[in-house]
Design a protein around this ligand. Structure first.
Ligand code: FAQ
Length: 316
């Protein structure tokens, strides 16, 4: 990496301070670039691995309508992965290399996708809670200081909003059904509530990256601020739906104008991040198998690109 001139350094700092965007052509500190590669790659991997839990229900959706909706949602997640890998590539990394790192366990993806989807109600709860949490976390990323990431997030957030509504609509339908269907929804809420809170990351005191990412305006809010925002948004939705959130400490705090809530089990989050969650091995094995099964497509696309004089194509 070329040593930065004092002028380049102060130009970078002014862009951040003035709420402008850093673009791929601009000089940026190596640590800023590395932080973005880490976060964007983790985000892209999450979208791709995130297709698996719901994909489990594609062939067993209860109607053609539900199957079409679920298929469209999974396709959206694949698209989000592609925008995000493209954004990461503007930082000088190669998408194929990022995929290798994921399947070798050298890069992370969101903890939430390491839990099983036991019933079709899980599809609704993922839309409502997981996409709901993703929206809370990602809307501020539309104002991230790095241009390509911020722009990718605009479309992703629009699609995530649709995903959240479809999940909520599915749950409303189940809640208007039989007692067994209502029990199925409550059971899914009980299993997904705490993992959804963990999606926002460790508490602020144990979040080593937050301070610097916020100073660089990559992250706009701390993990705990966004978690609180999610709880405040979700409690009235749960009441409207007629489900109970599995947290006896949940109580309206008049003084703060917010909901108090219990402490997630942080040791569980750490276990899942370390690869020891209920489905980590299965998710990564499936991703590795899909990557290997797709080798012939990448080879064919590269051969086609070479034949048409485009050199090494974007065959991944
Ligand atoms: N899972 O210092 P911090 C979606 C790691 S997309 C796994 O607080 P940071 C769409 C973290 O990487 C969901 N690892 O880190 C969808 C760091 O490790 P490292 C994905 C986690 O980056 C819906 C260490 O712990 N969204 O849902 C997690 O400042 C439905 C210390 O943490 C994004 O990726 C976790 N939950 O803040 C798809 C959004 N939390 O790398 C299908 C963008 C923390 O130093 C179906 N990312 N870690 O070794 C972010 O906003 C941030 O990266 C955070 C973490 C907030 C996730």
């Amino acid at each position: 990496m070329v040593e930065a001139s004092a002028e380049a350094q102060s130009r970078f700092e002014a862009v951040i301070a003035n709420e402008q965007r850093v673009e791929p052509r601009d000089w940026m500190p190596e640590a800023y670039r590395a932080t973005l590669v880490r976060q964007i790659a983790q985000h892209a991997h999450s979208e791709i691995i995130g297709m698996q839990p719901e994909g489990n229900w594609l062939t067993r959706a209860p109607s053609l309508r539900r199957k079409a909706i679920l298929l469209a949602k999974a396709q959206d997640e694949a698209g989000h992965g592609l925008y995000l890998y493209a954004a990461a590539e503007t930082l000088g990394v190669d998408r194929a290399e990022l995929t290798e790192k994921l399947i070798d366990g050298r890069q992370k993806y969101s903890s939430i996708f390491n839990y099983p989807t036991l019933t079709f109600a899980d599809v609704g709860v993922i839309g409502w809670l997981v996409d709901g949490a993703a929206i809370c976390n990602q809307v501020p990323l539309c104002r991230c200081s790095y241009g390509p990431y911020a722009r990718a997030m605009v479309r992703i957030c629009k699609e995530e909003s649709f995903h959240q509504r479809q999940g909520y609509e599915l749950l409303m339908t189940l809640m208007a059904g039989t007692d067994a269907q209502r029990r199925m929804v409550q059971d899914a809420v009980d299993r997904w509530w705490w993992p959804s809170l963990m999606m926002f990351g460790p508490p602020d005191g144990a979040s080593p990256n937050s301070e610097r990412s916020m100073a660089w305006r990559i992250k706009r809010h701390s993990n705990d601020e966004l978690r609180q925002r999610f709880v405040d948004m979700t409690v009235p939705q749960a009441e409207h739906l007629g489900v109970t959130l599995p947290d006896p400490a949940l109580a309206w705090n008049e003084e703060r104008g917010s909901w108090d809530f219990g402490e997630p089990d942080w040791s569980e989050l750490m276990q899942v991040i370390k690869g020891q969650g209920p489905c980590n091995a299965q998710r990564v094995d499936r991703r590795r198998a899909a990557h290997e099964d797709g080798a012939w497509v990448r080879e064919a696309a590269s051969a086609y690109a070479a034949k048409h004089g485009r050199g090494k194509g974007s065959a991944e």
